[in-house]
Design a binder for this molecule. Structure first.
Ligand code: GTP
Length: 329
């Protein structure tokens, strides 16, 4: 990517819902435990995160105390809500005042839709670790999601009926916890939609997978270890839409959460390496007839190739990755 693309990302939600914690785990290598030390965010904290060379995320972490939120909705309305690419709105599933939380969200969504009609909205219902044991079927999450989708419909209608815009951005919900890989799933999905040439990246990965007769080739961002794209079908597609190679190689039976689990494991491992003053460079493993290779591909990315063909040597996979590195650099 030669040109820099800047995307404004708003991180909003009531105080204590976990916004700064998420940002710190994903972008600043905090562990979930480290976030207990974080204080409340005062007003808006802006940071820029460079992704894949040319994509820069301008993250606006908006403190959630009501005095600040009232300002965002009044005197700072235009500054905050215009030119937004994505709104990430974080709820605390344990909140005892859901109706009030929803009312705040509705005001914010209305301000967003009237100023940035194309913005995507990701609602993260956070702290799921605190309720999952009592509610393993996630009934409470399902009810919350229905309420959120109803708010989205109401706001859409209101904006369109008042002639204030033609809302195109969609709303998606994810259950999250900073204590497990669900956080990576949600954030990977967000980043995936912001990368401009994602289809081209997917087709290169598919080519590399086929060349190696592998099951899968997956691209991770080097700093955050968020998954960017994978070979074959789009990252967030339904298992019924997998491509022919994925179906033939048994990708349907693979763990649906494998990418975010890898993100979490590799980040944890890299931390241990740093603590021991070792540099993390990659990973190779062979088990049950499978070969797995994780190697740097470019300055900003790592590639993972998984092969289930015992005849294919690790050296051959590494050779092809090194050839691809030359091509990409
Ligand atoms: P403001 O800055 O005031 O808007 O709050 P915030 O939304 O940024 O909240 P913050 O990230 O500071 O988190 C508040 C507390 O919630 C911290 O003690 C975190 O450790 C905790 N927390 C955040 N996410 C989770 C989660 O998924 N599970 C649990 N159990 N605790 C969490």
């Amino acid at each position: 990517m030669s040109n820099t693309t800047r995307k404004k990302v708003l991180l909003m939600g009531k105080s204590g819902s976990g916004k700064t914690s998420m940002r710190s785990v994903i972008f600043s290598n905090y562990t979930a435990r480290d976030t207990r030390r974080l204080g409340a965010t005062i007003d808006v904290e802006q940071s820029a995160v460079r992704f894949l060379g040319g994509l820069v995320l301008n993250l606006w972490d908006c403190g959630g105390q009501s005095a600040f939120v009232d300002n965002y909705l009044s005197s700072q309305r235009d500054t905050i809500f215009s030119n937004v690419a994505v709104l990430i709105y974080v709820f605390d599933i344990t909140s005892t005042d859901w109706e009030a939380d929803l009312a705040y969200f509705e005001d914010i969504l209305l301000a967003l839709r009237t100023n940035s009609e194309d913005a995507g909205v990701w609602v993260l219902v956070n702290k799921m670790d605190l309720v999952d044991k009592e509610d393993p079927k996630r009934k409470k999450y399902g009810e919350r999601k229905d309420d959120l989708l109803a708010v989205d419909q109401r706001v859409r209608k209101e904006v369109e009926e008042d002639g204030k815009g033609n809302v195109k951005g969609v709303l998606r919900c994810f259950p999250t916890s900073i204590w497990d890989e669900s956080l990576y799933k949600a954030w990977s999905s967000i980043i995936h939609t912001l990368i401009p040439n994602i289809n081209l990246i997917t087709s290169h990965l598919t080519y590399l997978r086929n060349l190696n007769q592998a099951v899968e080739a997956v691209l991770f961002e080097a700093e955050t270890f968020l998954v960017i794209a994978k070979s074959g079908s789009p990252l967030d597609c339904d298992t019924n839409d997998l491509d022919e190679v994925e179906v033939n190689k048994g990708a349907k039976g693979l763990d649906q959460q494998r990418f975010e689990k890898i993100s979490e494991i590799v980040k944890g491992f890299r931390k241990i390496c740093q603590r021991n003053h070792e540099q993390y460079q990659g990973f190779e493993a062979k088990f049950d007839g499978c070969t797995v290779v994780l190697e740097p591909l470019t300055r900003n990315t790592y590639i993972l190739i998984v092969s289930s063909d015992p005849r294919i040597e690790t050296g051959a996979l590494l050779f092809n990755i090194h050839q691809a590195q030359n091509h990409m650099s």
